[in-house]
Design a protein around this ligand. Sequence first.
Ligand SMILES: [Zn+2]
Length: 498
Amino acid sequence: MPKFVGKPGYLDTLRIQSLEAAQKGNIARALDLAKRYHARRPDDVRVLNHLAHMHQKLGDWAGVIKYGRRSYDLEPVGKHLGILLDAYARLGRFEPLAEFCKVELKRRTWMDALREPGVQLRLVATQIRARLSVRAQHRREQRLRKQEERRQLVERARRAEAARRAAIEAEPTGSGSIPEAARRVEAADKAHAQLEPPSWPVLTLPALRLDVLADVSDLAADLKGMDRKALSDRVPCVELADIYVKHEGLEDLFQRQFHALNVRVEFKGAREGTAEYLGVGLYYEAKTEDRPDGVLEVWINTDTGAALAWPAHLTSGAAHCSPEGAAAFKPLTPGDVMALAERATRKSREAAAEQLRPHLRSLQEALEREFTVLQDQRRAEWDAAVAAMAKPDASRLAAPQGDLAERTDRFLREVDDLVARRTVQASVHPMDLRRLRLPVMLCSVLITRRESSRAVLVAYNPLTRHFEPLPCHHCDRDSYGLGATDTGELRCARCVKH
Ligand SMILES: [Zn+2]
């Protein structure tokens, strides 16, 4: 853990306030503060344990596992084990619990066992109990499966018997010559060959959807009606120690980064300047059983609106500005902050979706298996129904087809349900906000399209060591493609094409 010297920084304040809120029993606020801290330092064991304990207070055992497990993986200490084992058992997740105990017992040396005999005993006892529970669970499932199989067998036999009776009743009674009977059988066989009942069609599974929602409601409620003092606490101004800003070779870099689309571009020169940014720390979580989550950070240039992402370590050491330093920032209203934070949240959805991609793939595979089992079962049921059908003739031709259509419809509805149940919903919401001022190089560029010219300023950012993109005036996408309409409005590559 880094040592903090002097007055507590922004992050320490969050952590301390969260502990105080928890002590006062205000768990919702304590959770909010701790999650904001966690967003910045996801591997801080103290706060992970704090989060696990608060989820325990709420009876949210999945939350306990989520944070407690991360903490224990980072720092396997006996005293943090109990809460985790308890959470697994309460959720009835005995198989992972037994596995966890097994791995833990293997990992611990005899020295650990001597030092913490209580922990050793607890692991052994929990493992035994979990295994017994797993076996009981399996037996229960097996019993249910057998019952279901028997039920299906009885049902099939009953239907076959009913079909046989129907066939006998339909058979004309009375005598007939043997050639007559033979002819009838032959005709029936022929009809049967022509009227082969339709077989189960090949149906494929649609892909799982991932919906990432931008949820800014908490922040909006938070910022609503905030006065200037409260706003400057919620959105502190921070600064970085001396930053080197490159002055040379900017035109070359500009030519390499930007592409002229349907315009002529002239680089007119560069001057020193400052740019202001709103940093938005975002937290996303998918609403599935193991709730994969993560954090993102987006910085919005408050003048141009460009959204930037740079490695967190570049600004994690930023310190709070002095009151004089903070006074140099342009005034922002809660409404301005909200609009910028909303923009950052919207722009972060794609990155969150990208990070959830591997999780989505494993869900799709699980769904694929579920789908195959269900389809095999429905196909077998159809085949059994076909086998039990009375000899079909022309008058009964429509019946099997209608029956199959109804069955496949029902099956497709079942599949829709499966997919809907597995649709991954994730939400990303802004948590902590910071304002930053940077010395930048502002380069003036003249863009000419037919008769009209337009001067734009592009910023060279010393943190990313790149020029910042410009948002398209039409679709709002940040772009390094420079295009324009005949009246001189900026357009990105995609909008120029259309
Ligand atoms: Zn565009």
